[in-house]
Design a protein around this ligand. Structure first.
Ligand SMILES: C[S@@+](CC[C@H](N)C(=O)[O-])C[C@H]1O[C@@H](n2cnc3c(N)ncnc32)[C@H](O)[C@@H]1O
Length: 276
């Protein structure tokens, strides 16, 4: 008998096991990029054969560079807006609310499929001002649960690619139309990354299908009205890039002369509503 939580997920929902595991491996390594001790403890508390994911510590920067950058952007937003709402879309088992540990004036909502939220409830404690919403992000009834009275950060990390382009644009448009002021922080795979998805081990393992590819902010600005670009960097240019990884440093040298590789993984940030 084990008292560990049982994992029964497939497809897009299962992909968060890989991001969680890579964060845990990063935390155990000699030079962590993110150092997420919550991920390490959560992995230890789940009844799952992690070897079946087929990934090792060398892959961790593909997740931790992104997560560390969004932590930094989210902290900046909260410093400017101490009374704010944060909505974390496709949260998986990410521990951002605990890593950032925002003050009592911050309301925080984590949104994911019901099976993911049920698992989340087993592994993470409750906290004041924090709510879980069990829904597909595209069934936008959940938006009504969120008061539109404060600057709002919508953080969507590792989810855009599981939506179709029209689902994604429609979701962002509904957010911008309902909330008076805030930010969208969202990452994208390039169109080429999406087109070559069968070559990516991660997708083959989970059987998930990727849809929405974006090559530059103008693709998003053309699909959603009322947003303005604040920042856009690639995996290779992020301030959180893992300089200790010889393999990714070599890939970066190639990416600098090969734009399709350089834009394969992108991290965007948009503002909406009145400028501060
Ligand atoms: C690659 S994981 C990323 C998880 C987390 N953001 C992280 O970085 O560790 C993708 C997550 O998006 C969620 N997801 C995918 N499509 C979704 C949808 N339509 N509605 C809500 N969550 C979704 C999955 O269940 C999964 O938790």
């Amino acid at each position: 008998m084990t008292d560990k939580a049982t994992v029964d997920l497939s497809g897009a929902a299962q992909t968060m096991l890989t991001t969680l595991y890579l964060k845990a491996l990063d935390a155990e390594g000699p030079a962590p990029v993110l150092g997420d001790r919550f991920a390490r403890d959560t992995v230890a508390g789940l009844d799952y054969d992690w070897d079946t994911l087929g990934v090792g510590r060398g892959w961790a920067p593909l997740v931790t560079v992104r997560t560390a950058l969004y932590d930094s952007w989210a902290r900046e937003f909260l410093e400017r807006n101490p009374e704010a709402t944060v909505v974390h879309l496709g949260c998986g088992l990410d521990s951002r609310v605990f890593r950032l540990d925002p003050g009592p004036e911050v309301r925080w909502f984590d949104v994911d499929f019901p099976r993911v939220i049920a698992l989340r409830e087993q592994v993470y404690p409750a906290r004041d001002g924090y709510r879980l919403l069990a829904s597909s992000a595209t069934d936008t009834a959940w938006l009504e649960e969120i008061p539109a009275d404060r600057p709002t950060l919508f953080l969507a990390e590792g989810i855009s690619m599981y939506l179709t382009a029209s689902e994604g644009a429609d979701l962002l448009q509904r957010i911008v139309d309902r909330f008076p002021r805030g930010e969208l922080q969202i990452d994208f795979y390039s169109r080429l990354t999406i087109a070559s998805q069968r070559l990516h081990k991660l997708n083959r393992t989970t059987g998930s299908t990727l849809h929405w590819g974006v090559d530059r902010p103008s693709d998003v600005l053309g699909a959603v009205t009322g947003i303005r670009p604040l920042d856009a960097v690639t995996f290779f240019d992020a301030e959180t890039f893992d300089e200790s990884s010889r393999g990714f440093r070599a890939a970066r040298r190639v990416a600098r002369v090969l734009p399709p590789l350089r834009r394969s993984l992108q991290y965007h940030r948009y503002g909406f509503g009145p400028i501060d």
